[in-house]
Design a protein around this ligand. Structure first.
Ligand SMILES: Cc1cc2nc3c(=O)[nH]c(=O)nc-3n(C[C@H](O)[C@H](O)[C@H](O)COP(=O)(O)O)c2cc1C
Length: 349
């Protein structure tokens, strides 16, 4: 497996990556090559290949333009909010070394800066956002930069302290729509204030949020970004309540773990004992979630699209997700360390 210079530099701050990045090949757009493909339809858009990058690695329009140049045809603009929200201090990204695959039970994992393949990382940013007056024109620029068969998906989330959470989600959706993003994605795999640890597990709240977004922006397809659901019961409950209202589900976000340094101390700092893990160690969970979503989609006669995410770093992984029922596939960690991934997948077809 290739280990190229990552286009996001984990050794410097998020703000510096935002201002100076992307790095490596993503800075050299003349090295990109076009690989022709047979186009297909994803939701309301025609895409060259239903493959791209999920919310996170593509911080702004400069990153999106590079990703489009290197053939990532579905590019999610990193999650934005209705107000400025600061990033956690460094470290934001560390390499993690689980023995095999990570469980969904908050495993303790060694974390350091040895970015060996097959790569898994912890990411801990706190979902930062600039204020809308900064991100709206930038997202609009990213939307305009899409070539033929390419599309920007605008990711957003509400913030607990900004009043009723569903109203803040609806406002964020409206602000994203104003940038002309053709598809919206609501990140629901974030912390919740109630008894359910993540928002997407709080089905009553999810239903309120989905209704508020669809009322505010009825004319754009809506994808929900989900975490890994260990139990089928909650998947069925979610699909029963919103399965016919939403247009797509993207799964999965990271699995939570406790990253520790060689001495056993919290690697992200004393006040961040837990971090989300993504990359190779969570692919089993992404594949499992996609096949269960596909199974219930069929059983319940629903039509939503499935975006498969989690540990994709090769064309073989892309094909596994498609086989399990994904309509589109995305890679964050794999793509960050291999900007040629989309080109490689297109060549494998
Ligand atoms: C650097 C980084 C930042 C991320 N930021 C976000 C985010 O803002 N919103 C979101 O929904 N997911 C975010 N994610 C999660 C990814 O979208 C994805 O669900 C997860 O990393 C699993 O995919 P992977 O194994 O290919 O990395 C982020 C991931 C990474 C690596």
């Amino acid at each position: 497996m290739k280990s190229l210079t990552p286009f996001y530099d984990p050794s410097i701050s998020y703000e510096d990556n935002y201002a100076q990045g992307p790095f490596g090949l993503f800075k050299q757009l003349d090295k990109a090559q076009q690989v022709p493909t047979k186009s297909s339809k994803f939701l309301n858009v025609e895409v060259n290949l239903p493959f791209g990058q999920p919310a996170g690695p593509l911080l702004n329009a400069n990153y999106i333009k590079a990703a489009f140049a290197y053939g990532f045809d579905l590019c999610v603009y990193k999650t934005v909010r209705t107000k400025l929200h600061k990033c956690h201090p460094l470290p934001n990204v560390l390499s993690v070394h689980p023995n095999d695959k990570l469980s969904s039970n908050l495993d303790t994992v060694l974390a350091d800066t040895n970015y060996n393949q097959p790569l898994s990382i912890t990411n801990s940013f706190g979902v930062p956002s600039f204020s809308p007056d900064v991100w709206q024109p930038d997202m609009a620029d990213a939307v305009k930069s899409a070539g033929h068969g390419q599309c920007v998906i605008g990711s957003f989330q509400g913030t607990q302290s900004n009043g009723e959470i569903e109203n803040d989600y609806a406002l964020a959706a409206k602000l994203v729509k104003e940038t002309n993003a053709p598809i919206l994605e609501a990140n629901l795999s974030c912390p919740n204030e109630g008894a359910s640890k993540l928002l997407c597990f709080d089905i009553d709240k999810v239903e309120r949020i989905v209704n508020a977004i669809k009322t505010a922006v009825p004319d754009r397809p809506l994808i929900l970004k989900l975490a890994y659901f260990p139990d089928d019961e909650r998947i069925v409950s979610l699909l029963t309540r919103v399965g016919s209202i939403i247009d797509g589900l993207s799964a999965i976000n990271t699995l939570s773990a406790k990253p520790v340094d060689a001495k056993g101390n919290p690697a992200l700092g004393e006040n961040r004992k837990e971090g989300g893990v993504c990359g190779d160690a969570i692919r089993w969970a992404g594949l499992d979630m996609v096949s269960r979503l596909a199974k219930y989609r069929k059983q319940m006669d629903l039509k939503f699209a499935i975006v498969g995410v989690g540990g994709v770093s090769s064309s073989e992984h892309y094909h596994q997700f498609i086989k399990n029922g994904a309509d589109a596939v995305m890679s964050a960690t794999g793509a960050m360390w291999n900007p040629l991934l989309a080109i490689e997948i297109k060549k494998s077809l």
